[in-house]
Structure formats: structure tokens, C-alpha cells
Design a protein around this ligand. Structure first.
Ligand code: PNS
Length: 169
């Protein structure tokens, strides 16, 4: 069985992510969407919230060979543990490349048996990021172009609430 791991912060999951996950699910027998720790980021959603959102989307899309997991260690260790042959990453613009290239090289050194596979983002998701979604939603803006309908309300309510609690001038 050819297993691929699709790691990320998913804070929150967007159409950019679901596009990559859906396409990866056609290339591999099993895809594990792995909610992992990016040491450079402070997530707005808890790990459990992020997993719940991904679960909803994966079920909605009926991606039967996709599962969701959590990992707070090195990605290479997880990939080895589940015997995956690939790490799937989405590439948007050239600006993603240097960082992703560095991680791919590091992961290859840490675990040589898996390849990092880059899928180019679909054109319409080129400028989409979780940060953009969070910023728009926290000010009550419309994020329906950026995240699947089944999680629209969850994200909006959660971020508007957080923003309201924070903003005392
Ligand atoms: O969605 P992101 O934030 O770009 O995802 C980055 C992530 C979480 C995949 C990356 O930071 C990661 O792999 N974290 C796990 C810890 C690890 O292995 N770090 C070294 C990578 S070379």
C-alpha cells in the first residue's frame, strides 16, 4: 500500500489545502493529513479544532482513503513510523519554494525512504492562505470563496468571537 503524509498547520484548512488533499488521494492508496507543529507559528485554532475542521471537510468530500492524525514531533519520524513513501506539499508561488525546498532536503536527510512530492496549487488558490482567511473572518468578512461551506460557520463564529473578546480600545 502506497501511503502519503500531507503535513501542515491547517490553521484553518482552506480550499488550497482541500484541493491538494483531494488530488493526493487520487495518486496514493492512503493519504494521512497530519496536523503538525510549525515552530514559527502560533495557531489561532487548537489542534483539536483543526482536526475537527479537516474531518468535516474530508467526510463532506467523501475522500474514503484519507485519514487525519496529529503529531507534535519531527515529521520525518512520523513518516517512518507509518511507513509512508511520500510527503505531499502544495506549492503556490515562487515565494514558497525556498522554504519548502529546505524542508524537503532536511526531511530526506532525516529519512531517506520517503520522497517529498510537490503539487502545484490550482490557479484560483494561488494567493490563498490560512492567514488571509483568519484576517478576513476575524473582521466579519465573507470567507465563502476560501473555505468549504461545511466549515464556514465554524470558522466565522470562532474567529469573530475571538476578535470581539480581544478588541477593547
Ligand atoms: O502549513 P505549514 O505551517 O507550512 O506546515 C509546516 C509543517 C508543520 C509541515 C512543518 O513545520 C513541519 O514539518 N513540522 C514538524 C516538525 C519538523 O519536522 N520540522 C522540521 C522540518 S525540516
Amino acid at each position: 500500500m502506497r501511503i502519503a503524509v500531507c503535513p501542515g498547520s491547517f490553521d484553518p484548512v482552506t480550499f488550497g489545502h482541500t484541493d491538494i488533499i483531494r488530488r493526493a488521494s487520487k495518486l496514493f492508496d492512503k493519504v494521512i493529513v497530519l496536523v503538525s507543529v510549525n515552530a514559527a507559528k502560533s495557531p489561532a485554532f487548537t489542534t483539536v479544532e483543526r482536526v475537527q475542521l479537516i474531518h468535516k471537510v474530508v467526510n463532506d468530500l467523501k475522500l474514503d482513503n484519507v485519514v487525519v492524525d496529529i503529531w507534535d514531533g519531527l515529521l520525518a519520524d512520523y513518516v517512518k513510523q507509518v511507513n509512508a513513501c511520500a510527503i505531499i506539499k502544495g506549492l503556490r508561488a515562487v515565494s514558497d519554494f525556498e522554504y519548502e525546498f529546505q524542508m524537503a532536503l532536511a526531511n530526506k536527510i532525516l529519512y531517506d525512504e520517503a520522497e517529498t512530492v510537490f503539487l502545484t496549487t490550482s490557479g484560483e488558490n494561488m494567493y490563498l492562505s490560512s492567514s488571509v482567511v483568519k484576517q478576513i473572518a476575524s473582521f466579519g468578512g465573507d470567507i465563502s470563496h476560501f473555505v468549504p461551506e461545511c466549515i464556514l460557520k465554524d470558522i466565522t463564529e470562532r474567529l469573530v468571537r475571538t476578535n470581539t473578546n480581544k478588541t477593547e480600545v
